[in-house]
Design a protein around this ligand. Structure first.
Ligand SMILES: *[C@@H]1O[C@H](CO)[C@@H](O)[C@H](O)[C@H]1NC(C)=O
Ligand SMILES: *[C@@H]1O[C@H](CO)[C@@H](O)[C@H](O)[C@H]1NC(C)=O
Ligand SMILES: *[C@@H]1O[C@H](CO)[C@@H](O)[C@H](O)[C@H]1NC(C)=O
Ligand SMILES: *[C@@H]1O[C@H](CO)[C@@H](O)[C@H](O)[C@H]1NC(C)=O
Ligand SMILES: *[C@@H]1O[C@H](CO)[C@@H](O)[C@H](O)[C@H]1NC(C)=O
Length: 359
């Protein structure tokens, strides 16, 4: 790695602890399979509990919420929390999930055939358990998302525990859902969130997709423009009226889609965004002002076939591990015909060094 380039000093910084590592591993990094589902299974999104357990949503063939206990151990356990298959009105798939307040998560889904979408909560707080009737967490429907055209990513609002943000990929905006009243308002809408309106192919009409709140900014991916942006928001999740969206990074034109992402800071020197790319089968790192780089996965390998979303570990042993979920490539089979069951893969980022600017 070149240390000096155009007068800027680049340094390798270990992501979480902020220590420099002498020998970054060659890219793409190796990945480990945490768990894999039968073919076909499209895993769409992931959130992580403070105890380290993963929560994942299935888009197809069934709308299922799973938890994966002890993901960093040699024997992770997969537990089905709820299958929404027989739900009325029908639910075809689940999409985004995020923690609203401690151990209370909100997830969304519905039917694109009937344009009917809902938000549910899953509550793990110990008092919510009722051992005499159930051993699982409390799952309840919190709202019908009447005005939402296509709910996708969900974001935690650190300053507002009774609300979450929900990306609307077709309308090109972010809603704020109050989980106590079930009411939604438009929190942020910028041109950069929009999808091209002249396209008839639905896969080319996905604007804002993943959303995360980090350091006072709402970070969002725009799938069809292959870009990550960020815009300043207020504590309540609404856009700062004087703020414009800033480009964090854009993928090359030969990558057709940018999906959900995870974002992290390193020692107060800016943020790195780790973006998944669905049919591009790779995980990319974005640092503002730099060209995105491939971190893991390969276009013609099953390693991260159909990568859909990513989240950092929160257990004692996996804070430098990025968990990436996949569709197994069912949206666009690899080499024209290869797919596998969707999976949860772990990428160890201790040996990944994003180039960052100092001074
Ligand atoms: C759409 O709605 C109709 C009428 O409620 C229902 O019979 C049908 O099962 C729904 N289909 C899907 C895929 O949601
Ligand atoms: C979660 O469950 C706890 C215990 O029953 C309850 O006090 C709390 O209000 C619930 N939170 C939400 C957002 O439903
Ligand atoms: C839609 O508009 C964009 C930008 O002008 C253009 O690149 C694209 O080819 C158009 N797509 C269709 C289907 O006309
Ligand atoms: C995609 O474009 C980049 C440059 O923007 C090039 O380096 C790369 O080889 C291209 N990849 C493919 C698969 O065409
Ligand atoms: C896809 O095809 C390329 C080129 O023939 C090959 O190198 C690659 O190994 C294939 N991928 C898989 C998963 O078989």
């Amino acid at each position: 790695m070149k240390l000096r380039h155009l007068g800027l000093v680049c340094a390798c910084v270990r992501l979480i602890s902020g220590h420099c590592l002498e020998k970054p591993a060659p890219l793409p990094l190796a990945t480990r399979i945490v768990t894999q589902f039968p073919n076909p299974t499209w895993i769409e999104n992931i959130a992580v509990r403070s105890n380290g357990d993963l929560l994942i949503t299935e888009l197809l063939p069934k709308p299922i919420l799973y938890t994966i206990e002890n993901p960093a151990s040699s024997a992770p356990q997969v537990r089905l929390l709820r299958d929404f298959f027989a739900e009325e009105p029908p639910v075809e798939g689940l999409t985004g999930i995020a923690e609203a307040s401690h151990d209370v998560f909100v997830f969304v889904g519905g039917s694109t055939t009937n344009l009917s979408f809902h938000a549910w909560s899953v509550n793990f707080t110990s008092a919510a358990y009722n051992p005499s009737t159930t051993t699982g967490p409390i799952i309840k429907k919190i709202a019908e998302l009447k005005d939402v055209k296509l709910p996708n990513g969900v974001a935690t609002l650190p300053g507002s525990p009774s609300s979450v943000l929900i990306a609307d990929s077709l309308a090109g905006l972010a809603w704020r859902l109050d989980i106590l009243t079930g009411k939604s308002i438009v929190a942020a809408q910028t041109l950069e969130m929009g999808a091209p309106s002249n396209e008839t192919d639905p896969s080319k009409r996905v604007g804002i997709n993943g959303i995360k709140v980090h350091g006072g900014f709402l970070y969002f991916s725009n799938s069809n423009s292959r870009s990550i942006y960020r815009v300043k928001i207020r504590k309540d999740g609404t856009r700062d009226p004087s703020a414009h969206a800033q480009l964090v990074g854009r993928l090359p034109e030969n990558v057709s889609f940018l999906d959900d992402f995870a974002v992290t800071s390193h020692g107060g020197k800016g943020a790195t965004v780790f973006g998944t790319t669905s049919s591009d089968n790779r995980l990319w790192a974005f640092v503002q002002g730099k060209s995105p780089v491939v971190v893991a996965g390969e276009l013609d390998q099953l390693t991260l076939a159909g990568s859909t979303a990513a989240s950092f570990g929160r257990g004692k042993r996996d804070r430098d591990i990025l968990y990436v979920v996949t569709s197994g490539g069912v949206g666009k089979p690899l080499n024209g015909s290869l797919t596998e069951g969707g999976k949860v893969a772990a990428v160890d980022l201790r040996t990944f060094c994003p180039p960052i600017m100092i001074g």
